[in-house]
Every structure is written in C-alpha cells, then in structure tokens.
Design a protein around this ligand. Sequence first.
Ligand SMILES: CC(C)(COP(=O)(O)OP(=O)(O)OC[C@H]1O[C@@H](n2cnc3c(N)ncnc32)[C@H](O)[C@@H]1OP(=O)(O)O)[C@@H](O)C(=O)NCCC(=O)NCCS
Length: 153
Amino acid sequence: MGASADAPAIHLRLAGPGDAGVMAAIHQACFAPGWDAAAIGQFLVPGCLSLLAAPTAEAPAQGLLMARAAADEAELLTLGVTPLHRRQGLARGLLRSAMERLQACGVQRLFLEVEQGNSAALGLYQSLGAVAVGRRPGYYAHGADAAIFSLAL
Ligand SMILES: CC(C)(COP(=O)(O)OP(=O)(O)OC[C@H]1O[C@@H](n2cnc3c(N)ncnc32)[C@H](O)[C@@H]1OP(=O)(O)O)[C@@H](O)C(=O)NCCC(=O)NCCS
C-alpha cells in the first residue's frame, strides 16, 4: 500500500501480532517510558488499527500508529516516528492512511490527545484539519495538560 498521491513515497502497512517487538522499539525511541511488547500486544486485536511506516519498502519500519474504534468514533492511541526519520512525512502518511481506513469502516470522528506544547504533533494535527475540542488539566504523569483534538473523517 502506498501513501496519498501528494505525499512522499513512504511505505505503509498494517501491523500484526508478529510486529509487537519492532513496534515496542519504535515506541521506546519516541516516548519515555515507552511501551513494551506486551503493552503493544494488547492493542493488536480486532477493533484496533495498527500501522507501520518505513521510508521505503526495503527499509525497516520507523513509525507506528495505533487507534481504537468504537461505533462511529475512534481514538488515536499512539503515534510516533523515530527521531532520525522525522520530517519525512511518515507521521502524516500514517495518519492519512488511518483516516481513510477508519472512514471505510464507518468511523466519522477521530479524537487525538496531545501534550500542551508538543508543537510537532500540534502542527501535524492542525495541518490535517483537526480542531481543538477540550483540555484535560494535569493529564500527564508529570503534570502537563492534554489538549483534545477532533478530526472529522
Ligand atoms: C509528532 C511526530 C509523530 C511527527 O512525525 P513526523 O514523521 O516527523 O511528521 P511529518 O514529517 O509527517 O510532518 C507532518 C507535519 O507535521 C508538522 N510537524 C512535524 N514536526 C514538526 C515540528 N518539529 N515542528 C512543527 N511542526 C511539525 C508539520 O506541519 C509537518 O509538515 P511539513 O513537514 O510539511 O511542515 C514526531 O515528531 C514524534 O514521533 N514525536 C514524538 C512522539 C509524539 O509526540 N507523538 C504524538 C503524540 S502521541
């Protein structure tokens, strides 16, 4: 599967249970503390969408996205790209692909939480049309607020 026509030629694919290890490695490169393979594995189940992105079809995956759908709504569980592979369109490709796949399953709205001050994620979400719909004060363990965005599919 390729990315959208106006996106860089990155390689996107669905992830499965055999990908839990590589997904944990990507997650741990993006977040502290990151999720281990067991934590990743609990979302590699029906009802959840898990995608991997690589710069090319031959290269190892450097980005992941996980989302969970319920009826006509979905939430973004996690999205990350390893530091050396950022600003190459991997996250945008992952998110666009997730939006298309979720819409095809009848999902109408995707909710995304982002830490206040995470300018990379805020820029990405807003570039795709996400709008701020709320805030969760002190949501993160270190006390930062979460901004909640909604993306109409
Ligand atoms: C947020 C993150 C996933 C973006 O991944 P990425 O692959 O570098 O993003 P893309 O290359 O697809 O960028 C798409 C757009 O997002 C915005 N963006 C990305 N990085 C940005 C930055 N550092 N500052 C401002 N805007 C940024 C831009 O609008 C960019 O488009 P442009 O390159 O045409 O200007 C990545 O920085 C990351 O993994 N961060 C740590 C984990 C995280 O915060 N995840 C999101 C919250 S769960």
